[in-house]
Design a binder for this molecule. Sequence first.
Ligand SMILES: [Zn+2]
Length: 266
Amino acid sequence: MVGLDLIELADCVRPEQLIAEILRQNPQMPVPVPVEELARCAGISKIEAFSSSGFEGALIANDTKSDGLIFYNCQVPRPRQRFTIGHELGHFLLPWHRQNSFHCSADDISARANKDWEREANQFSAELLMPTVLLKQRIHSSAEFGLSDVIRVKDEFETSFESTVRRVVELSERAYAVVFSKDNLVRYSIYSKCFNSRLCVRKGSELPSKSLSRLDASSLDSWHELDSSWWLTDAKEGTENPGSIYEQTLVQEDGYKVTLLTYAPA
Ligand SMILES: [Zn+2]
């Protein structure tokens, strides 16, 4: 059972403050986080699936935001549906999201979001579904946290692979970079705060020819060592790149791949 004291939540302005207060009120938060139950506690009276017609999710609330309806696209996998519901709940609870209706596209509910309030609703949803404290416990329980651990965690938290790996990299205290690609061309990459080097591949670059990421099979069970010059730009003056870089790749459907890079796997 989860519950919410809405008066206490009303003082929270930023996503991380709201999530911290929700977790303070629910110290035994179950995993996967019961996002629909939390939404109902917050005042959402109906959560309804619809078949997409250009929208991924929508919120329709009364003027005082004491009651609201959430609609979500049911033609996407369940983890994606959960993220959408969390996103709309963010629009409902974040005080400066003052409109009483939001219609959010698939881009709005993704890393491609370019409006502040959409990015903030995404941050709210990611932190709600993968609370920092609970996720850090999982990350620190494995000395060589790799892509098979990300798969285990996303199954446990019922989150998508992409949102989970992004959150792991955001919270990890190790040097990680993640390269998202399609058809062996880089889509985008992200870094953990400890990753001090910069990648030599950019959006649209081919994956390095010596990297196992070029293959059509996943390499999750071990780390593949490679001379770091295949992935990293020349080091800035006064700094030094590591000699080797270690990589793992998950091959997904339709040519999509995710490659995790680290300086040293342990
Ligand atoms: Zn939105």
